[in-house]
Design a protein. Structure first.
Lengths: 171, 551
C-alpha cells in the first residue's frame, strides 16, 4: 500500500506493530492507542520514533497530553463512508496545535484527498496504486473553497472581501 | 435573485469535472459499484427501479427563467420530456443515462445549477420559504442566510461523510412554509429585544420510520454566530451520531437518546471551545452576500387596478384568483402559485414545454423569477395585479391554472413503487384517483384547506406524518396496503398525525378518504373550521367510528 507524504509517494519509514507483537529494537513504529496509553514511557525508552494509531470512536482528549512527543498520529477510516476522523483531525490540528505527521489510514481513495488535506492530514496510506499516482493531479482539482479550516487556504468569502477592498482602493 | 460570481461558477465546474472522472472510472471498472455508489450519491444520482434517477438542487427554491429553460432542455435532451419537483426544492429526472450525466451536469453548470449533495450522507440542499423576500411581514429575506449556509455546507471538508443525511431549513415568517420543525436543523429568523437579527435554532426533527418534531436547542443565536453554532452541532453529531444502524443514524435519534438538555450542553461546550474564530460572520461579509441578491425595480401601482375590477366579473377568474393569488409585500403586486396538481396527474410533474412556457411567463410577468415550494408547486413571486387576468389565461392554456392550491387535491406524493426501489406501494395512482374523486371544484372549496400527503414506504418522502390526512403504503403478504393518519401538520404548529384504524387495501383507499372527508363535513362546527382543527378539537375517535363502522 503506497504512502503519500508531502505530496509524493514515499517510502514508509514507520512499521505497523500489532498488539502483542514484539517491538523492534530500533526504527520507527506505529502502535495502537491501547498499547501506547498502557505504557506512554515507551517514547523515551526506544531510539526510533513512535506514532500512534488512534481509533475513530475515542475522543482525542486522551492523546492530547502526549502530542508534543509523538512523531505521527494515524487516524482511521474503516470505510470511506465513516467520516469521524475528519473531526478528530481538525481538533488535533486546529484546537490542540498538533504539527507532526497526521496520517490517514484505512479505506483511503483519491476522492477523499482534498477533504482530508483540508482537515489537516499530510500523509495518506492509499488503498490503490492508481490513486496514489494521481495524488498531485487530484489535489489541483479544486481552486475554490467555501469553508475556513486550519489548512490556510483562502476562502471564497475572503477572496471576495479582498477583491472588494482593492476595487474601492482603486476608485 | 442571487448572482453567482466567478468563484461560485469555478467551483461548480470543478465539481462537474471531478464527477466526470468518477463516472469514467466506474465505466472502466476502476471503481467498484460499491465505491461508486457513495460517490454518485454525493452528486444526486440514485439507481432506481428502471434507470438512474438524477436529483438537481434548487437552493432555497429560487430559479431564474434562464435556469428553468435549461431544466426543460435537460428534460428533453437527456430524459423523457418531463421533470418531477420534490418536497425539498429539488427537481428529479427519472430516465437519465449514466454515460450522459456529466454532459447534463455541465449544461446545468453553465446557468449556475448543480446537483451537489442532493443525496448521500452529507448536508443536503438548504431549503427555505418559497415566498422569501416577497411575503408581507417577513423579518428579513431568509435567502441571504440560506445562501451563506449553502456555501458553507458545499463540499465541507469535515461533514461530507456524516452518519446519515442532514437537512437544514430556514424561515423568516410567522407562518412557517418551510416545514422547519421536521428538519435536522430548523432555523427561525427573528429579532431579539435589542432589535438584532438572529435565529431560534431547532434540532432533531424528521420523519421517516421514527418521526420527531424538532426541539429548540437555543432560543437565540446571533446572525454573526450562526455558522459556528451550526458547525458545533454538526461536530457533535459527526462524532457521536450512531453508525451501527442506518435506521438510528439521524441526529433526531442522538437528540432523543441523549435528551435535548444533554445534547444542548454538548453543543454549547463544543461551541465555547471553538471560540470566536474564522467562522464568525463580520457585518461586511453578510452585506457582501446580501449585495449579490437583486430585487426587481417595482413600479408604484394601485392596490386595485381597473383590469382586476373588470376581470372580477368572470367567476372562473375569480375562483382562481381567490385560490392561487397571495398578497405581496409591495402594493400592486401579488404572489401567484402555479398548481402542479392537475386532475388525474402525478403531483409535482411538469413537462419540458410547461417549464419553457413558465419561463416565458416569468419573463413577461414576474421579472424573470420563479419559485419552487415544498408542496411541489411553482410560484411567480412578483406579478403586477393588473397582469393577473392575462397571466391566468396563459396559465390555463398550459394546464397550470388548476384552482386547487391548499385544497384536498393539492396532494404531496413521493414517486412510490412506480419508480422507487425502496417503495412498498404505489403513491402516484392513489393521488391521481383522489384528484378524480374530488375533481368538482365547488366541493373542494366547500371542504376548504386540507393537505393530503402520500408516502409509498416508511421513509416518508411524501411527508405522510404531517399531512392533515397522511397515507402510508405498506406491504402485507405481497399486497399493497395503506395506513391512514389524520391531524398531522408541518407548519409552526407541527405535529404528527394519529392512526385512524387498520390499514386498508389499495382499492379501498379513495373510499376511506372520502368517508373521512364526509365525517369532517358532518362534524365541523362551522364552515370556517379547518379539517385539521376539527381533528384537534374532537380527536380521532369520532372519525374512526364513522369511517370504520361499516367496514
Amino acid at each position: 500500500m503506497p504512502l503519500v507524504k508531502n505530496g509524493r509517494i514515499t517510502t514508509d519509514l514507520f512499521v505497523h506493530v500489532a498488539d502483542g507483537a514484539e517491538l523492534p529494537g530500533d526504527g520507527d513504529i506505529l502502535i495502537s492507542a491501547e498499547r501506547f496509553l498502557a505504557d506512554p514511557d515507551i517514547l523515551s525508552r526506544r531510539p526510533g520514533k513512535t506514532g500512534v494509531v488512534w481509533p475513530n470512536n475515542r475522543a482525542v482528549d486522551d492523546l492530547v497530553p502526549h502530542l508534543e512527543r509523538l512523531a505521527a498520529v494515524a487516524l482511521v477510516f474503516p470505510t470511506f463512508r465513516d467520516g469521524r476522523a475528519y473531526s478528530q483531525a481538525r481538533l488535533l490540528r486546529e484546537r490542540h496545535g498538533y504539527d507532526g505527521e497526521l496520517r490517514a489510514t484505512g479505506q483511503v481513495l483519491r476522492d477523499q484527498f482534498v477533504f482530508m488535506s483540508r482537515a489537516g492530514f499530510d500523509a495518506f496510506e492509499v488503498k490503490k496504486d492508481a490513486d496514489a499516482d494521481a495524488f498531485a493531479e487530484t489535489m489541483k482539482r479544486y481552486s475554490v473553497f467555501y469553508q475556513p479550516t486550519g489548512d490556510g487556504r483562502v476562502t471564497a468569502l475572503n477572496r471576495r472581501m479582498q477583491l472588494r477592498h482593492s476595487e474601492s482602493a482603486g476608485q | 435573485m442571487y448572482a453567482y460570481d466567478e468563484l461560485d461558477r469555478t467551483l461548480i465546474n470543478e465539481r462537474v469535472s471531478e464527477f466526470r472522472d468518477q463516472v469514467k472510472r466506474r465505466l472502466s471498472g476502476e471503481l467498484t459499484e460499491d465505491e461508486f455508489k457513495m460517490l454518485r450519491l454525493q452528486n444526486g444520482v440514485y439507481l432506481q427501479l428502471h434507470a438512474y434517477m438524477f436529483r438537481v438542487a434548487i437552493p432555497y427554491g429560487t430559479l431564474s427563467s434562464k435556469q428553468l429553460r435549461r431544466l426543460a432542455h435537460v428534460a428533453r435532451r437527456y430524459d423523457r420530456g418531463y421533470g418531477h419537483f420534490t418536497t425539498r426544492q429539488n427537481i428529479q429526472f427519472n430516465w437519465i443515462k449514466l454515460s450522459e450525466l456529466p454532459d447534463a451536469l455541465a449544461e446545468l453548470a453553465e446557468v449556475g445549477i448543480h446537483a451537489m449533495q442532493t443525496s448521500g450522507n452529507n448536508m443536503r440542499n438548504v431549503t427555505s420559504d418559497q415566498w422569501a423576500g416577497v411575503a408581507p411581514g417577513e423579518v428579513e429575506d431568509p435567502r441571504i442566510w440560506s445562501e451563506i449556509l449553502r456555501q458553507h455546507t458545499t463540499l465541507h471538508p469535515e461533514f461530507s461523510f456524516l452518519p446519515r443525511k442532514f437537512k437544514i431549513a430556514i424561515t423568516a415568517s410567522e407562518h412557517d412554509r418551510a416545514a422547519i420543525k421536521v428538519h435536522d436543523i430548523g432555523l427561525r429568523l427573528h429579532k431579539n429585544a435589542d432589535g438584532e437579527t438572529g435565529f431560534e435554532v431547532l434540532v432533531g426533527g424528521g420523519l421517516g420510520r421514527t418521526p420527531f418534531i424538532a426541539k429548540t436547542i437555543k432560543p437565540y443565536v446571533a446572525g454573526r454566530d450562526i455558522l459556528s453554532y451550526v458547525e458545533a452541532i454538526l461536530r457533535v453529531y459527526n462524532q457521536y451520531g450512531r453508525r451501527d444502524n442506518i435506521y438510528k443514524a439521524r441526529i433526531k435519534i442522538l437528540v432523543h437518546e441523549l435528551g435535548i438538555e444533554k445534547f444542548a450542553r454538548e453543543v454549547e461546550e463544543e461551541w465555547k471551545q471553538m471560540g470566536h474564530g474564522a467562522l464568525t460572520l463580520d457585518h461586511s461579509v453578510i452585506e457582501e452576500v446580501r449585495s449579490r441578491f437583486s430585487y426587481p425595480p417595482y413600479e408604484k401601482l394601485p392596490h386595485m387596478p381597473d383590469e382586476l375590477k373588470q376581470a372580477a366579473h368572470d367567476p372562473l377568474f375569480e375562483r382562481w384568483r381567490k385560490n392561487s393569488v397571495a398578497p405581496h409585500k409591495v402594493q400592486g403586486y401579488s404572489i401567484v402559485t402555479l398548481s402542479l396538481k392537475p386532475v388525474g396527474g402525478p403531483p409535482g410533474d411538469a413537462t419540458a414545454d410547461q417549464m419553457d412556457a413558465v419561463a416565458d411567463l416569468a419573463d413577461r410577468y414576474s421579472f424573470g423569477e420563479i419559485r419552487v415550494g415544498h408542496e411541489q408547486n411553482l410560484a411567480l413571486p412578483h406579478v403586477a395585479k393588473r397582469d393577473l387576468p392575462q397571466l391566468w389565461k396563459a396559465l390555463d392554456r398550459i394546464g397550470l391554472a388548476t384552482p386547487n392550491v391548499n385544497l384536498v387535491t393539492d396532494i404531496i406524493a413521493c414517486p412510490g413503487l412506480d419508480y422507487c426501489s425502496l417503495a412498498n406501494a404505489r403513491s402516484i395512482p392513489i393521488a391521481q384517483e383522489l384528484t378524480r374523486r374530488f375533481a368538482n371544484h365547488d366541493t373542494a372549496e366547500m371542504i376548504g384547506r386540507l393537505h393530503i400527503n402520500i408516502s409509498g414506504c416508511i421513509n416518508a418522502c411524501g411527508h405522510h406524518h404531517v399531512g392533515h390526512i397522511g397515507i402510508l403504503g405498506v406491504e402485507k403478504n405481497g399486497e399493497e396496503f395503506y395506513q391512514i393518519t389524520i391531524g398531522g401538520r408541518a407548519d409552526e404548529n407541527a405535529q404528527m398525525g394519529a392512526l385512524i384504524g387498520p390499514a386498508v387495501p389499495y382499492a379501498e383507499v379513495a373510499d376511506v378518504i372520502e368517508d373521512i372527508v364526509e365525517a369532517y363535513l358532518a362534524l365541523r362546527d362551522r364552515p370556517e373550521e379547518l379539517f385539521v382543527d376539527t381533528v384537534k378539537r374532537l380527536g380521532v375517535e369520532p372519525f374512526k367510528e364513522r369511517v370504520y363502522a361499516t367496514r
